[in-house]
Design a protein around this ligand. Structure first.
Ligand code: HEC
Ligand code: HEC
Ligand code: HEC
Ligand code: HEC
Ligand code: HEC
Ligand code: HEC
Ligand code: HEC
Ligand code: HEC
Ligand code: HEC
Ligand code: HEC
Ligand code: HEC
Ligand code: HEC
Ligand code: HEC
Length: 431
């Protein structure tokens, strides 16, 4: 038995014996048909009140109960919380003590006599009690956290005192994993998003917000609160990836942790093929795959968020099929390839696309109505040698065929542009 309760029982026994032998202190008792008649009738009655022991807390200076009590007739044996501590364990032992207790009181929340709410609380529910003093900005938002909606404030908060700021039962994420243990695994994957490893509160409000999952902001706005450089990058991008149209970064990234670098939901290539299924199939089926695509490095050429260039390319590449030649127009290709391939009319070194010393790249590309590389080359994957494409969309309805045959010293094209032609680096074909 708790020693305090034991000593209380002894007090009650002693008082009982006293009453039995010495006669009642006041003939009528405190609770009669006409006086304090409701005392003890509520659903939850405080221990000493339940056994009619008013005297342990109210001591009368005069013998007998005065017929008409006036202020001062009854005194409490101790003030404020000290009265309660006569029988209860102190409630202010933690490093952080709740305001009302620090100011000395227990009765702002507990009725010393009785109540229809458990623990003699003065309000019907815990949350009503809390909102008696705290402004209710917690259940009035659109998305309310489960336990808050249920009014269970004290499942997370200790109403008396705690060792942690905010009177919480456990600190930081530990508090959340008290209930969300089933989700803890998704925070322990290899690449942890720094804020999620630090504190859930960086993104979630523990009570409620106007946004799904009680997030502090909606969609990309949440991410931009920290990733300001990305916000700026997208503002600066004339071409934005349509995947960001919905303004939800988590279609590709995870907010908590991931098995893949850069908080990606899946590997760097699979993330693109989840939406670009046709391209995924094309690459998987292709017999020849362009170097960087073989390496699954889409990012060598594309910025997954946005860029200044068509097709969210990191550097320039013309959208048009024909345009006057300038090396800078093909900057994305010349990031990796010899930038001079189409520069000189005659060469024996710059390119293999030669008929003798005649530079066939120059011939096709370097002119007023120059052709884009994509007139002949696949950028991702295809079937023919030298990444020559099989067909080229021409106009609105025609797929112009390109049949390329590689030979020892050159090749031949059977194309929709002109009659079949050949080129040979050693024995130039004459036309
Ligand atoms: C555990 C201590 C305790 C016991 C036991 C107790 N009281 Fe009280 N009582 C208090 C305190 C503390 C206050 C002052 C409440 C306040 O200031 O709001 C109080 C106030 C009162 C008041 C004046 C204010 C009011 O609530 O109406 C009356 C009357 C009263 N008690 C009657 C009784 C009677 C009758 C009993 C026995 C059936 C009893 N009390 C038993 C602690 C106690
Ligand atoms: C004379 C001893 C005594 C005093 C003084 C006293 N209590 Fe109690 N209190 C008890 C006993 C006995 C119980 C019933 C046993 C129990 O449930 O722990 C009880 C029960 C309670 C309970 C319900 C506990 C539960 O777990 O259900 C609360 C709340 C409470 N008291 C608050 C107070 C407050 C607030 C004060 C000061 C205003 C106070 N008590 C003063 C003896 C006392
Ligand atoms: C801000 C309101 C508030 C104040 C002030 C307050 N309590 Fe409580 N108290 C509660 C609530 C709410 C519960 C119910 C907690 C629960 O169910 O987990 C409770 C539960 C209790 C209990 C029973 C459970 C336990 O923790 O032992 C006791 C005893 C108790 N309080 C005593 C006190 C005493 C003594 C004081 C003054 C030192 C006090 N309380 C001040 C709100 C308060
Ligand atoms: C009688 C009034 C009163 C009641 C009822 C009350 N509180 Fe408080 N609470 C205060 C005061 C006063 C403070 C201290 C405010 C301050 O320091 O700015 C406080 C502080 C707090 C804090 C710490 C705030 C901070 O900034 O660290 C929390 C958390 C809190 N209360 C939760 C609760 C919960 C949960 C309940 C219901 C179980 C509750 N309060 C009921 C008066 C109350
Ligand atoms: C899921 C756990 C959880 C629940 C349930 C919960 N809180 Fe909190 N509450 C917190 C955390 C975490 C903090 C922030 C603590 C800190 O300062 O680090 C907090 C802070 C507070 C604060 C101080 C800051 C503020 O937002 O005003 C108050 C007051 C408060 N809670 C009241 C309540 C009330 C009232 C309820 C019930 C309606 C409640 N809490 C339910 C976890 C919870
Ligand atoms: C007392 C248990 C409890 C604690 C502690 C708790 N939660 Fe919850 N949480 C719930 C319940 C219950 C739900 C609603 C049921 C559900 O959707 O899983 C919920 C739902 C959520 C949701 C929405 C989930 C969904 O799928 O819609 C988020 C986000 C969340 N909690 C975050 C947190 C964070 C952050 C913390 C720590 C500050 C926390 N929770 C602490 C019980 C808890
Ligand atoms: C960087 C911001 C951020 C941090 C930090 C964060 N979350 Fe989240 N959380 C989100 C976002 C965004 C979602 C919405 C999920 C989505 O869009 O895929 C979410 C969803 C959730 C959900 C509901 C869906 C699910 O995945 O089960 C729970 C539960 C949750 N978070 C708990 C937590 C907990 C617990 C912590 C701390 C350990 C935490 N979160 C930290 C941003 C964050
Ligand atoms: C509270 C601040 C904060 C919020 C909110 C936040 N992040 Fe982060 N994020 C960081 C920090 C800090 C890092 C680690 C440092 C860095 O790499 O910038 C990081 C890292 C990342 C990385 C990895 C960067 C790399 O170079 O590996 C990605 C991707 C990322 N965050 C995406 C997101 C997305 C998507 C959201 C929105 C759901 C988001 N972040 C919300 C702070 C935040
Ligand atoms: C279409 C998928 C996709 C979407 C949508 C997306 N990202 Fe990314 N993000 C990526 C990929 C892929 C990488 C890694 C690129 C690399 O490795 O070069 C990345 C990298 C990042 C990085 C780290 C490196 C860098 O480029 O600065 C941050 C930060 C980032 N993303 C934030 C965001 C934010 C914020 C959003 C929402 C506005 C977002 N992302 C939307 C796919 C996406
Ligand atoms: C969530 C779906 C989604 C994901 C994931 C995705 N995309 Fe997209 N992407 C789109 C949509 C929608 C469009 C616009 C319609 C279209 O052209 O198919 C688009 C268009 C593009 C375009 C053409 C841009 C333009 O201006 O026409 C490129 C290039 C592109 N995506 C590359 C990528 C790369 C690289 C990845 C991997 C980092 C990726 N996408 C991941 C949805 C997605
Ligand atoms: C060597 C540079 C390069 C690499 C690497 C690359 N792309 Fe492209 N991508 C381009 C160019 C150039 C275009 C524009 C082609 C055009 O205009 O016909 C393009 C266009 C696209 C388009 C738009 C297609 C359309 O019909 O509008 C998508 C989607 C795309 N790429 C996705 C990807 C994905 C996914 C990867 C990684 C597997 C990837 N790209 C790797 C250069 C590249
Ligand atoms: C990130 C570097 C990179 C970029 C950017 C790049 N390539 Fe490539 N390219 C390679 C690598 C590596 C190879 C060799 C492997 C192979 O055959 O694909 C290659 C091979 C080629 C070949 C075949 C060469 C041969 O001798 O067999 C052609 C044609 C080609 N690329 C065209 C282009 C075009 C057109 C662009 C611009 C749209 C471009 N590349 C952009 C890296 C790149
Ligand atoms: C008229 C079709 C055609 C056009 C347009 C074209 N190429 Fe080629 N390209 C070829 C052929 C055919 C070869 C194969 C030459 C050989 O090795 O026999 C080739 C070879 C290449 C090679 C391999 C190295 C070399 O020069 O032999 C690269 C790299 C290349 N092209 C890049 C480009 C770039 C970049 C563009 C746009 C600026 C471009 N090509 C435009 C047909 C074309």
């Amino acid at each position: 038995m708790n020693p305090r309760i034991f000593s209380f029982a002894v007090v009650v026994l002693a008082l009982g014996l006293f009453l039995a032998f010495a006669g009642p202190v006041h003939a009528q008792g405190c609770v009669t048909d006409t006086c304090h008649q409701n005392m003890g009738k509520a659903k939850f009655v405080h221990g000493p009140v339940g056994v009619g022991q008013c005297e342990v807390c109210h001591t009368s200076g005069k013998p007998g109960h005065p017929t008409k009590a006036v202020k001062g007739d009854f005194k409490l044996p101790a003030e404020g919380k000290e009265l309660c501590y006569l029988c209860h364990e102190p409630k202010d032992a933690g490093a952080v003590v709740h305001g009302p207790i620090a100011k000395g009181g227990c009765i702002p929340c507990h009725d010393p006599h009785q109540s229809n709410t458990e623990k003699q609380l003065k309000k019907e529910t815990t949350s009503q009690l809390c909102f008696d003093c705290h402004e209710n900005n917690k259940t009035t938002k659109k998305v309310v956290h489960g336990p808050v909606a249920a009014g269970d404030c004290n499942i997370c908060h200790n109403p008396h005192s705690s060792d942690f700021k905010g009177l919480v039962e456990l600190e930081g994420s530990d508090l959340c994993f008290l209930c969300h243990l089933d989700r803890q695994a998704q925070f322990e994957l290899r690449y942890k998003h720094q804020p999620a490893a630090e504190s859930c509160a960086k993104c979630h409000n523990p009570h409620a917000t106007d946004y799904s999952y009680m997030l502090l902001a909606e969609g990309e706005a949440l991410c931009f609160t920290c990733h300001k450089e990305m916000d700026q990058h997208l503002k600066d991008s004339q071409v934005k990836h349509s995947a960001l149209e919905q303004k939800i970064c988590t279609v590709c990234h995870t907010a908590h942790a991931s098995d893949y670098p850069r908080q990606l939901k899946s590997s760097a290539k699979d993330i693109c093929y989840t939406c670009h299924k046709d391209l995924g199939l094309q690459v998987r089926k292709a017999s020849r795959i362009h170097g960087p695509v073989q390496q699954d490095d889409c990012y060598a050429c594309h910025d997954p968020h946005g860029s200044a260039n068509t097709k969210i390319l990191k550097k320039r590449f013309p959208a048009q099929f024909y345009m006057p030649y300038a090396t800078e127009n093909y900057a994305i290709c010349f990031d990796c390839h010899n930038r001079d391939i189409a520069l000189d009319r005659f060469t024996t070194t710059l390119t293999g696309f030669r008929n003798g010393d005649q530079n066939m790249h120059y011939l096709h590309v370097n002119r007023e109505k120059g052709r884009s590389c994509k007139a002949c080359h696949e950028v991702h994957a295809g079937e023919q040698a030298k990444h020559i494409r099989k067909e080229v969309p021409f106009g609105k309805m025609w797929m112009l065929p390109v049949n390329y045959t590689q030979t020892k010293n050159g090749g031949s094209c059977n194309v929709g542009c002109h009659k079949p032609k050949e080129y040979d680096r050693v024995k130039p074909v004459t036309y």
